[in-house]
Design a binder for this molecule. Structure first.
Ligand code: ATP
Length: 589
């Protein structure tokens, strides 16, 4: 497929707002493409070069892209810069400039989808001295051969602005239609995706080998599994009832989630967001090599800083200091980590995800033989009192709470299910859990904030069923000055002229932004409001937050979460009914 044809599909995608239309356009696109193009099309459409665990970044700043456009069109860098300022969008600027130079095509060569992808990958992988100029030239070559509409998408790609608003769920549904002529195959595709975390690979397999390839997807070493997630319930009584009267109760550590893969001496550690974070943990890598009695293994755990002298766990704000590129060795001395292992997904060639929880845990326990990697603390509880006592004990030890786990459940990758239920410490008058919300717009500052030109965020939940972002709150407080500057500069780069296709909102912010960033928000209560679309059915009102404020003193943006991993509308609706129930109980009704 020529890149021109793909660009035309993108134009169509940009002109529709309903998810069903997006699925139709995507399935049509998948049908037209050759099997060996599908993988790259999925990556390009999602604006990435590879799945997150490969960690390939473009490394191109706006100024470099401007220079490429200038070289490709014969315009000056200043002209390009001016057009960019005018349009507020590099893609549009490139398109307009190319329109003006249409008759002066510098090359008659037309790029295919795979050629554009390969060039972009080359650009990303070019590093070292002189690499800046090489990258600029490579991009200029593609722009020179592009028609105006191709140029628009070609320049957006390396600037990470090419997310077409097509979420994972939409890609999976479109693939299902192409693979089977029906959307119902989506769940099996989702399962394949959950165990390999590579949507491009899933797409390629279905295009090349059809249904059977997907059924045969296997857990693979060094391909991270999308992590299992926990549901919430407000009381130990309800947790036990949901767990059929008996469950395991584990301590909940507030550190970094670590998915460890080991094969012989090779070790990799993936984050909650499936990024390869091995470089952050040389101490844990060494411990994995020494303290685990298995040739090959995949395990799940949480790493947390521990003060050996006082035998205390350190709060997350301290543990996070381990997240750095330089000076890791010094920090290891100052702040050693413990890894609390809590699950086993794979052992010596066998998939353990399908085994019951108690068996996974017993097996894992027998494999550990050191004092850096430990089993997470746990008890088996069959009364609410046992659960409450263990909860209190965990809080006293400086932990966040507990996670109850169903004794016979499998490891459910990539999903929030009631086989894991979390109960967190809460303060009077506050929601017990924070919400991770997607920024969909922002407001300009008034009064003291005018100097930052930043006056707050419009935030949304993710409605998984609709694959849409539904607004739930305007956040105006809790920001430090540093965070305001951080947010303003990050959001300015992803400003868009009109409401993005997957956003459902009644409120109109001063600027819309492409849904890309997640922030953690604390609130006192979930209320109902006609201003928000979260959980709103037709003619109904939506959910909103009372006294929402940003959490955390450091960076405002939670870079370990993608927008599809934000708090869902369903979760907010459950939190709303839970809080109502607690209030009724409190009042003795
Ligand atoms: P979530 O991960 O559920 O989206 P979150 O990132 O805000 O939300 P929490 O809601 O605090 O995290 O709880 C889940 C997280 O708790 C897990 O992702 C894991 O990192 C951490 N955790 C700590 N101890 C355990 C444990 N014993 N079992 C499972 N997870 C644990």
């Amino acid at each position: 497929m020529q890149f021109k044809e793909l660009s035309e599909y993108y134009e169509k995608l940009e002109s529709v707002s309903s998810r069903l239309s997006m699925i139709d356009i995507m399935s049509d696109l998948f049908k037209k493409a050759k099997p060996n193009e599908i993988k790259n099309i999925v990556y390009i459409t999602q604006g990435v070069l590879a799945p997150p665990f490969e960690g390939i970044e473009f490394g191109m700043a706006e100024k470099m892209v401007e220079e490429s456009i200038a070289i490709a069109t014969g315009f000056t860098k200043e002209d390009v810069e001016k057009e960019y300022r005018k349009q507020g969008d590099m893609g549009k600027a490139a398109q307009i400039i190319k329109e003006k130079t249409k008759l002066m095509r510098m090359s008659s060569r037309e790029y295919t989808v795979n050629e554009v992808y390969e060039t972009m990958r080359k650009i990303a992988l070019t590093s070292g001295s002189g690499s800046k100029d090489q990258k600029i030239k490579m991009l200029a070559n593609v722009v020179a051969s592009s028609s105006p509409i191709e140029a628009k998408y070609v320049v957006k790609y390396p600037l990470n602005e090419l997310r077409m608003g097509v979420g994972d769920a939409t890609v999976l549904e479109a693939l299902s239609v192409v693979g089977t002529g029906d959307r119902k195959f989506k769940e099996e595709l989702e399962h394949a995706y959950n165990i390999c975390s590579d949507l491009g690979l899933v797409a390629e397999e279905i295009a090349k080998r059809g249904e059977n390839a997907i059924k045969n997807f296997r857990v693979t070493l060094f391909k991270p599994i999308r992590p299992a997630l926990a549901e919430r319930l407000p009381t130990s009584e309800e947790i036990l009832e949901k767990m059929h009267g008996k469950c395991s109760v584990e301590q909940k550590y507030d550190g970094f989630r670590c998915q460890v893969h080991k094969n012989g001496k090779d070790v990799k550690i993936f984050s909650r967001r499936l990024e390869d974070t091995t470089h952050m943990y040389p101490d844990l890598v060494e411990a994995v090599q020494k303290e685990i009695n298995a040739n090959s293994i995949i395990l799940d755990g949480e790493a947390i800083a521990f003060n050996e002298k006082t035998s205390e766990f350190l709060p997350f704000q301290e543990t996070i200091q381990r997240k750095r590129k330089h000076g890791i060795k010094e920090k290891i001395e100052e702040m050693p980590l413990k890894l609390f292992a809590f699950d086993l997904m794979y052992l010596n060639g066998e998939n353990y995800m399908i085994e019951p929880y108690h068996k996974r845990r017993d097996t894992l326990k027998k494999l550990l033989n050191g004092d850096t990697i430990l089993m997470s603390g746990y008890i088996i509880a069959d009364t609410p009192k046992q659960l409450d006592d263990y909860f209190e004990e965990s809080i006293e030890n400086g932990l966040e709470g507990i996670i109850a786990k169903e004794l016979n459940s499998q490891y459910i990758a990539g999903a929030r299910k009631f086989s894991w239920i979390k109960l967190k410490r809460s303060y009077k008058g506050e929601l017990s859990d924070t919400l991770d919300l997607v920024i969909v717009g922002y407001f300009l500052g008034k009064g003291i904030r005018t100097e930052f030109k930043f006056g707050g965020l419009l935030c949304a939940t993710y409605n998984k069923k609709r694959d849409m972002f539904e607004t739930v709150s305007r956040i105006g407080s809790g920001f430090t000055e540093k965070q305001m500057v951080e947010l303003k500069s990050a959001l300015d780069k992803i400003k868009v002229g009109s409401k993005p296709p997957r956003v459902d909102s009644i409120v109109k912010p001063d600027f819309w932004v492409t849904p890309r960033y997640v922030v953690t928000i604390k609130a006192d209560e979930i209320t109902k409001s006609p201003m928000h679309t979260c959980g709103r059915n037709e003619g109904d009102v939506g959910f909103a937050l009372r006294f929402p404020r940003l959490v955390g003193e450091n960076e405002a943006i939670r870079r370990d979460k993608s927008v599809e991993e934000a708090t869902t509308t369903k979760e907010v609706s459950e939190m709303y009914s839970n809080q109502k129930r607690v209030r009724v109980e409190d009042s003795g009704a």
